[in-house]
Design a protein around this ligand. Structure first.
Ligand SMILES: *[C@@H]1O[C@H](CO)[C@@H](O)[C@H](O)[C@H]1NC(C)=O
Ligand SMILES: *[C@@H]1O[C@H](CO)[C@@H](O)[C@H](O)[C@H]1NC(C)=O
Ligand SMILES: *[C@@H]1O[C@H](CO)[C@@H](O)[C@H](O)[C@H]1NC(C)=O
Ligand SMILES: *[C@@H]1O[C@H](CO)[C@@H](O)[C@H](O)[C@H]1NC(C)=O
Ligand SMILES: *[C@@H]1O[C@H](CO)[C@@H](O)[C@H](O)[C@H]1NC(C)=O
Length: 608
């Protein structure tokens, strides 16, 4: 069980609250940003009226249809077919709406969920692009890779013209460019998913579509001050793991398009300030008395997530006070911002969702991504001749590197660990916490190894972790218990949350594999290739068995897709497709290598 650390915390907290004057966490005071400057206009009022109506519809639907197979998100995705007032006035009065009444109400006043996005074949799609996966020699692997490549056509959309013409009828946001969605219930663009979609599109030589995707996110930064979790009006108060600079860098790497970088650059600076702003910044004095700044996830949201409101309300019904409910809602939304929703990683008690404490955690992966953002911005600034900005961001990245090593690194475990801030009170002096070794979360998560990824992106300067350190981290990964028959597990604990054991996720495999590949030893390259092989095989086998690419996989055995969590397993699937294509490009697939589930030719993961 993953409760060792939280219990210790409780004891510590009790002691601390006796010893020092504890203020409420500053977290709750939220500094205004560009987003609040835009808030309050007639558009926002229309958006909240629509969301309010759709949440009432969602509650009525749950009552009328029952919880079996109920997906609350469906209802907040419905576009209005009339104006909001007419639809609101016609809503059958609770509590006795029948299934038939509800269905006829929905048919009359709403369009289908997803109908505000129209299918649009991307013009840069070719059935077999020139130079596609040159090192994939196996006919089965190649035929399948072409099918995965062809899935871009199924996932590509354009926002329907009515969304821009009558935004008050849609929770969908009017993105300017063509979009690629993850798939199934995820009918709209998502932030961090888009990074692996872009990686896959680059393998598929779909450079214009890849640019459009990045520029849609740039549009969100221009409009809201940051990249939203996804392109819906109900996602406007939280972001997701920040990988926009990485998308821009990789598109630039593939196309050499400096104008594209110039276009995105101001938004990258703006996004960086969002992650440095008061709600995300944490200052902490390290063991040597130096103050270090790192970042955390924190959503500006203290209500149920509209897309899961019935679920969140049910959870919060276990809590009495309104203030505590609001706090829980904020933690739920902050966990959604982390991308790892949900996981024992963010819970004080791994079997009790009301103990989510995400905004009190300094996450390893978030700081990895922001370090990368700082390095990318420094590189772009140099490219654009803004030398002073380049210097400034190089300095910021160096400071974050030191902070990551002094606050998150654990030399005994040879991993980077999430750091837990005190949750009940705040014993900081002038806004600065004091580092304590036992506030590092010693539970093992795949995120503990994600800084290795930075080895793959050092653009000429020193590696994030030198060869010797990378080797020790690799040894620690081997013995961590995370490596399984079909890839890297998310954690060691089965909580039936989707970001825990036994699920493995494409982005996590990719980040760690890319990191190992550039860690500087033969052995790391072998391990990277072995994990990639297992991952490709399990994706292939599940595809052959089900006809679909899945959102997540069960890493215990080859060919099993994943489960758990708050919604049914989804297929499609943007980032899984991107990672498979990216692995096939990186490692190739020789003519005689078995692509089905088989153990032939594999290295022993736990060995050496
Ligand atoms: C670090 O955080 C503290 C406290 O929020 C802030 O005063 C300081 O300006 C930050 N330093 C940097 C370099 O951002
Ligand atoms: C969302 O953020 C805006 C802008 O900061 C703020 O005005 C609004 O109250 C927030 N919504 C919630 C539910 O907290
Ligand atoms: C964790 O939560 C479970 C169920 O919600 C509860 O039974 C258990 O006592 C809790 N554990 C701790 C250490 O508080
Ligand atoms: C910026 O630095 C480059 C060398 O790194 C130099 O060639 C260029 O002249 C500098 N630009 C300005 C505006 O100082
Ligand atoms: C994980 O836990 C769930 C719920 O208890 C259970 O149904 C499932 O079989 C478990 N999976 C594994 C791999 O232990």
């Amino acid at each position: 069980m993953a409760t060792g650390l939280p219990q210790l915390h409780h004891v510590l907290l009790l002691l601390l609250s006796l010893l020092c004057c504890c203020r409420r966490l500053r977290a709750i005071q939220m500094a205004p940003t560009a987003a609040s400057a835009a808030a309050g206009g007639p558009d926002d009022e229309a958006a909240s009226a629509l969301l309010e109506l759709l949440q009432r519809v969602q509650t009525e639907a749950l009552r009328a249809l029952g919880p079996d197979g109920f997906d609350p998100k469906l209802y907040v995705d419905l576009p209005l077919a009339t104006d909001e007032r007419t639809a609101a006035a016609a809503l059958p009065p609770p509590p006795s709406t029948s299934r038939a009444e509800l269905e006829s109400y929905l048919a009359r006043y709403f369009g289908e969920a997803g109908s505000d996005l129209v299918e649009a074949d991307p013009p840069d799609f070719q059935p077999e692009p020139r130079g596609f996966l040159p090192r994939v020699g196996s006919p089965e692997a190649r035929a399948w890779a072409l099918e995965v490549h062809a899935l871009w056509k199924d996932l590509a959309r354009r926002v329907a013209p009515d969304v821009a013409a009558r935004p008050e009828r849609h929770t969908l946001l009017p993105l300017p460019g063509r979009v690629v969605v993850p798939g199934s219930r995820f009918r709209e663009v998502y932030y961090w998913d888009s990074y692996w979609v872009v990686r896959g599109l680059l393998v598929s030589k779909m450079f214009e579509t890849a640019k459009d995707i990045a520029l849609n996110l740039v549009y969100m930064v221009e409009k809201y001050g940051f990249v939203l979790n996804g392109a819906r009006s109900y996602y406007t108060n939280r972001s997701q793991p920040p990988l926009l600079s990485s998308m821009v860098l990789d598109v630039y790497g593939a196309t050499g398009d400096v104008d594209f970088v110039r276009r995105a650059f101001p938004s990258l600076l703006k996004e960086h300030s969002f992650w440095m702003s008061e709600i995300h910044n944490v200052a902490i004095r390290d063991n040597n008395g130096q103050v270090r700044n790192l970042s955390r996830y924190q959503a500006r949201w203290n209500k149920p997530r509209p897309e899961s409101a019935t679920i969140d309300e049910e959870l919060a019904s276990k809590i009495n006070s309104i203030a505590d409910k609001e706090k829980l809602y904020r933690e739920i939304a902050s966990t959604a911002e982390s991308g790892w929703d949900f996981s024992s990683r963010w819970m004080r008690n791994s079997t009790d969702m009301t103990t989510l404490a995400t905004s009190y955690i300094i996450p390893v992966d978030l700081n990895t991504f922001i370090f990368k953002m700082e390095r990318d911005i420094a590189a772009f600034a140099k490219l654009l001749g803004e030398n002073a900005t380049s210097e400034k961001f190089l300095k910021a990245s160096k400071a974050r590197h030191i902070a990551i090593d002094s606050i998150l690194w654990n030399s005994e475990m040879e991993q980077w660990l999430d750091y837990w801030l005190p949750t009940d009170g705040d014993c900081q002096k002038e806004g600065v916490y004091q580092w304590k070794s036992d506030s590092q979360n010693r539970n093992i998560f795949a995120s503990n190894f994600i800084p290795l990824w930075l080895n793959a992106h050092h653009s000429g300067s020193v590696q994030f972790a030198d060869a010797a350190k990378s080797k020790r981290v690799m040894a620690s990964l081997r013995t961590s218990g995370l490596l399984h028959a079909a890839g890297i597990a998310t954690s060691l604990t089965n909580t039936s949350q989707q970001w825990d054991f036994p699920n493995g996720w494409a982005p996590v495999q990719h980040l760690i594999v890319e990191g190992l590949l550039h860690s500087g030893s033969e052995e790391a390259v072998k391990l990277a290739e072995d994990i990639s092989t297992r991952w490709v095989r399990t994706n292939y086998a599940a595809y052959k068995a089900t006809g679909a690419m899945h959102e997540k996989y069960d890493v215990e055995a080859c060919g099993k897709s994943g489960g758990g969590g708050e919604y049914k397993p989804q297929t499609g699937f943007g980032w899984s497709n991107g990672v498979v294509l990216s692995f096939l490009e990186e490692f190739g697939w020789p003519e005689h290598k078995e692509i089905g589930c088989s153990r032939r030719g594999e290295v022993d993961l736990a060995g050496a």
